[in-house]
Design a protein around this ligand. Structure first.
Ligand code: GLN
Length: 462
């Protein structure tokens, strides 16, 4: 990652990123640009460097911010009509920490409204296009950030991942994407989706850059009681996988998985072996329940988190209401996308008396069994390997009328989310048609950097 110094001016780095963003407008990565402020910040950094004053580790590095992170700069929309013109009153802790090190936000990136989706087609402002094929989806929900890095507009971009929203778009656009251990990075100031599995991570072109960004963002935050004490190390070269053993999840390499995806994952397996790891097939039958667990727990939390958007407190309010009930219902009907409403309905159903025990409680029990199964398998392996998603990027519109087909996108990414585990999407190759395919490395809690060290050793032999 280029850091501004006496030879590389921060203003030039930021201007180049803004120009590239303009040249790539047709991809619709950005919902808004932060041009004037970004250039002001850059000029300030150049002044400090000229005077010999200390600057941060990311001085002058431009980045893109998923539009569900609050920042006092501009509006935070979550790609939802509900927050169409919302000037957030706070700045997310992750953003504050990056900016304290001199990183410069050039614009806000597109997502599925409220991060509900796997293609960025649920955005109120229209979809983002895939970096490799403009007729295909970017993946989602952090599609805009993934494409901004893939197109070379910025060296890193932030995303959020509740059930795959960083990993799947990383896979679809050929970049690295990390969903860290739950609690690694503060959720403060990020629009909540499902609070027990929301994690904040990033997209980069290399494991080293990823390690640097996550090191800066991670650690305890008094404003988010679920944050963990800092376990991230500054120097990735000091980290190695102790067992040198990786389990290839056989359950996700069978029927229903695209052949070219399987080939790419197998190729990655060979590279792991060349890099000195032993790879063995493992079976985890409980993984087949992951998607069902997720699509009960997650909508329940969504229903709860979205109840605050009522037209009274903040955000959009419908105009032609007649009484309080119609104010609520018209606001929520007009302000939410169909996918948001679907999740609110499912969530309230699984939480309702009479169904709570049968669905929500049962799903939480199954979630505990899933966590136990992972704990057991990690006694023998440093990491697990599987595809990120069952197939490469699909055509725009292909799954918009079939919510279940869209949910199937998440079948391999949601189990680590439900268990709070770190998972990294690594570029693993391309299909014959030139579409990128990612492989997923999953680790034990707080072993995030072991995954990055493994990815780095594969980069080194490639
Ligand atoms: N695609 C998943 C969903 O629709 C994950 C979304 C996310 O991680 N924010 O729920």
């Amino acid at each position: 990652m280029k850091i501004a110094d006496k030879n590389t001016k921060a203003v030039d780095l930021v201007r180049a990123a803004l120009e590239k963003a303009k040249a790539c407008e047709e991809y619709h990565c950005f919902l808004s640009m932060n041009e004037a402020r970004a250039l002001e910040h850059a000029a300030e950094i150049d002044r400090k460097i000229a005077k010999g004053e200390p600057v941060g580790k990311l001085a002058g590095v431009p980045y893109a911010l998923k539009d569900n992170y609050s920042s006092r700069e501009g509006v935070t929309t979550a790609a939802a009509k509900m927050l169409d013109n919302f000037p957030a009153p706070v700045t997310a802790t992750a953003v504050t920490r990056l900016e304290a090190e001199g990183a410069i936000m050039i614009g806000r990136t597109n997502l599925d409204a409220y991060a509900h989706g796997s293609s960025t087609e649920n955005s109120y402002f229209g979809p983002t296009l895939n970096a490799y094929d403009k007729e295909r989806v970017a993946g989602g929900s952090s599609g805009g950030s993934a494409v901004a890095v893939a197109l070379g507009i910025v060296p890193f971009a932030l995303g959020s991942d509740t059930g795959g929203s960083i990993r799947q778009p990383a896979s679809f656009n050929g970049v690295y994407g990390i969903k860290p251990t739950y609690g690694t990075v503060s959720r403060y100031g990020v629009v909540a989706m499902a609070s027990s599995t929301d994690t904040m991570g990033c997209f980069t072109n290399t494991p080293e850059d990823m390690s640097l960004i996550m090191d800066i963002m991670s650690g305890k935050d008094a404003k988010d009681s679920t944050t963990l004490d800092k376990f991230w190390q500054a120097d990735l070269t000091k980290i190695t996988a102790p067992k040198k053993k990786i389990g290839l999840i056989a359950d996700f390499m069978g029927d229903g998985v695209n052949e070219e995806v399987k080939t790419c994952v197998k190729d990655y397996t060979k590279k792991l072996e060349q890099a000195g790891y032993t790879v063995e097939e493992v079976s985890m039958p409980i993984l087949k329940y992951g998607l069902a667990i997720y699509y009960i727990v997650q909508p329940a939390e969504v229903a709860s988190n979205l109840s605050r958007y009522d037209g009274i407190r903040y955000g959009f309010r419908a105009e032609d209401y007649t009484d309080l009930d119609s104010l609520y219902s018209k606001t929520r009907d007009e302000g939410f996308m169909p996918e948001n409403k679907r999740r609110i309905m499912i969530g309230n159903f699984v939480l309702s008396s009479g169904f709570f025990d049968a669905y929500f409680l049962k799903a939480q029990k199954a979630r505990t069994l899933l966590i136990d199964a992972y704990n057991k398998i990690f006694e023998d392996y440093d990491a697990l390997l599987c595809p990120v998603a069952p197939a490469p990027s699909f055509k725009l519109g292909e799954k918009t009328n079939d919510p279940l087909a869209m949910y199937m996108e998440d079948v391999m990414s949601v189990p680590p989310s439900m268990a709070g585990l770190p998972a990294v999407s690594v570029p693993a190759g391309k299909t014959a048609a030139g579409l990128p395919v990612g492989a997923q490395l999953v680790g034990q809690r707080q072993n995030d950097q072991i995954l990055l060290a493994i990815a780095k050793s594969v980069e080194e032999i490639a």
